[in-house]
Design a protein around this ligand. Structure first.
Ligand SMILES: O=C(O)c1cc(C(=O)O)c2c(n1)C(=O)C(=O)c1cc(C(=O)O)[nH]c1-2
Ligand SMILES: [Ca+2]
Length: 579
């Protein structure tokens, strides 16, 4: 099935949740440029009728735009010939008891397209394929069980004849996995687990490698104590990348469960890792663990950006990943060899660096500062001043990459935390968190976010723009040398790709945690963004919490968001004035 390879090459469309398989979020369209972007105006808008956090971005295929809302996960098909007239609407029936099982708001990161179908991953883990013309369900399968803490927020990715989908629930003791279903029928093709053997798949754990070295006869259960790996997290709720030449699928696994590190000694493989699996068989090619024995909730699920750039005079197939732990990693995506690991937020203090000495026992591992080790502190001890906070220097909000500038454009958080682990016992479907957090901007600073340009070949920040709040929106880079992103206050912003200079802003009706996308229709370039504040940063607002420090994930500094924005989903579509 080459359909999507062809569709993603035509810049008029936005055919994949990730824009393209490389996760560049770069568009060849160049009608809107750094010279004329100041003339951008909203041309039509659409209210989604749903509150809480609107993540993800619409797809555009031909004359139709498709997107999904947060719970109840309504899918809209809008007519681009008619300013977004509704062609069809699909509203799944879901038990609302799934809502409290979602850790970080009722978000969804969008739908996928393939073979004339729109694929939706519902919050309750039902994966449903809709006829793209009519919105009628063609098939549906259950990928997990909310009664066991399993939910879904991520966007599926269609690769060849399969739909690939991850799972959420790292805060509920879920055993993370990625599953491929047949695009035509919904039949399960393979499943690969993050913890323990891939028993119901074709994977040969003998062949599993880490840092290019064989791991041995088991795939990592020996880095856990007893059976803890069975409720060990490592969920897979991020963006999925694919290299058609290598036929490898790339994604990340999240935090080990529980957040209390004292309860799970060992490296906790393969939580917090980058994965490369064969797209057809699911077989593991290589794994690299960023944060062995996590003590801070630095989920490793952020997007894998696939580029071809020169390192040391040699053109290489690279994978760049901005991890929650604050390091920007560049690996060789053929072998998993680690090439660069540098801090992309100057505030990062929990580790001094990643050991790059190949002859060292700790090669590839972060060198942890004992003062900021929450396991070292122990249970019921509040370890203070750790940077970044559990939200990470970046969370799920995807970066963009321009092959023209060879720069990555990264929405970041600039937030620190106090972390107090406590003992917790496991009950299926109940939170299995085991730590209390409070989060705040770094000492002496007031901005909680930066939007940066990053050179992944050397691991350096090229420019950085301050934002009052975390930048929780996905970025877009274009051939017009413009970079777009949204802010939690609700601004859509355009900046110059080379210098970062702000060229345009427009305040949309609610805070932005969606990803900016662009498409062409009838010879005209459009830019579209979903507003609707929420997600982890906006959960206090989204869930109506009155105490900004209450509950899982409420963030002190974000209480001020309610001075800028209220809830409510809206799509805003922009074009050049008078064009
Ligand atoms: O471990 C998990 O399974 C899991 C799932 C999710 C999710 O599905 O949204 C988030 C997290 N963890 C998480 O740690 C986190 O910071 C987070 C932020 C958000 C968001 O959408 O704003 N989701 C999640
Ligand atoms: Ca998590």
């Amino acid at each position: 099935n080459e359909e999507l390879i062809t569709l993603q090459k035509n810049a008029k469309n936005w055919a994949l949740p990730t824009g393209d398989y490389s996760n560049h979020r770069f568009s060849e369209l160049n009608q809107i440029t750094n010279k004329n972007v100041k003339d951008l105006v909203p041309v039509w808008t659409f209210s989604t009728g749903v509150l809480r956090g609107h993540e993800g971005n619409p797809l555009v295929i031909g004359d139709v735009m498709y997107f999904s809302t947060p719970f109840p996960n309504i899918v809209y098909a809008l007519d681009l010939n008619n300013d977004g007239k509704i062609l069809w609407k699909y509203e799944p029936k879901q038990d609302p008891s799934v809502i409290p099982v979602m850790c970080c708001d009722t978000v969804t990161r969008g739908v996928a397209y393939g073979d004339g179908k729109i694929i939706l991953g519902q919050a309750d883990t039902t994966l449903v394929a809709l006829d793209a013309k009519t919105g009628q369900p063609v098939w549906s399968v259950k990928n997990g069980d909310p009664a066991k803490g399993e939910t879904n927020t991520s966007a599926p990715q269609v690769i060849k004849d399969n739909v690939i989908i991850g799972i959420s629930g790292g805060e509920f003791g879920v055993r993370g996995s990625v599953t491929a279903y047949d695009l035509k029928t919904g039949k399960k093709v393979w499943r690969g687990y993050s913890m323990g053997p891939d028993s119901d798949t074709l994977i040969d754990p003998e062949k599993t490698t880490a840092l290019g070295k064989p791991v041995g006869a088991n795939s990592g259960t020996n880095t856990w104590e007893g059976d803890q790996w069975k409720i060990g997290g490592g969920t897979t709720w991020g963006w999925i990348s694919y290299d058609p030449e290598l036929n490898l699928v790339y994604y990340g696994s999240g935090n080990p469960s529980t957040w209390n590190p004292v309860q799970r000694p060992g490296d906790n493989r393969w939580s917090m890792s980058v994965w490369a699996r064969d797209a057809d068989s699911g077989k593991v090619k290589w794994i690299y663990q960023m944060t062995p024995h996590d003590e801070w909730d630095y989920d490793g699920i952020n997007e894998m950006v696939l580029t071809e750039q020169k390192i040391g005079g040699k053109e290489r197939k690279l994978l760049t990943h901005f991890d929650r732990n604050g390091f920007g990693y560049t690996l060789d995506r053929v072998t998993g060899e680690l090439l660069v690991a540098e801090k992309y937020d100057p505030a990062v203090n929990w580790a001094t660096k990643v050991d790059m000495d190949k002859s060292s026992k700790s090669y590839g591992r972060p060198l942890v500062v004992p003062q900021f080790s929450t396991a070292h502190g122990g249970e019921d001890v509040n370890t203070k001043g750790i940077c970044p906070a559990a939200l990470g220097s970046k969370d799920e909000q995807p970066s963009a990459y321009s092959p023209l500038t060879e720069l990555h454009y990264v929405p970041t958080n600039h937030v620190c935390m106090d972390y107090e682990p406590f003992r917790v016992s496991y009950t299926a479907g109940q939170p299995y968190v085991g730590a209390t957090l409070s989060m705040y901007p770094p000492k002496g600073e007031s901005n909680m976010g930066n939007f940066i340009a990053w050179d992944a070949k050397v691991g350096k920040i090229v420019w950085s723009n301050k934002e009052q709040f975390s930048v929780w929106s996905g970025a877009l880079a274009t051939a017009g040398n413009v970079v777009f992103y949204g802010t939690l206050e609700g601004y859509l912003k355009a900046v110059d790709a080379k210098t970062g200079e702000e060229l345009y802003k427009f305040k949309t009706p609610s805070g932005i945690i969606g990803n900016v996308m662009t498409y062409e229709h009838k010879g005209k370039q459009f830019v579209a963004i979903l507003s609707g504040v929420g997600g982890w940063a906006g959960i206090g607002l989204a869930a109506g919490l009155t105490d900004p420090n209450a509950g899982l994930g409420a963030v002190g500094g974000y209480a001020a968001l309610s001075n800028y924005t209220a809830l409510g989903g809206q799509l805003t579509v922009f074009a050049l004035h008078g064009k």
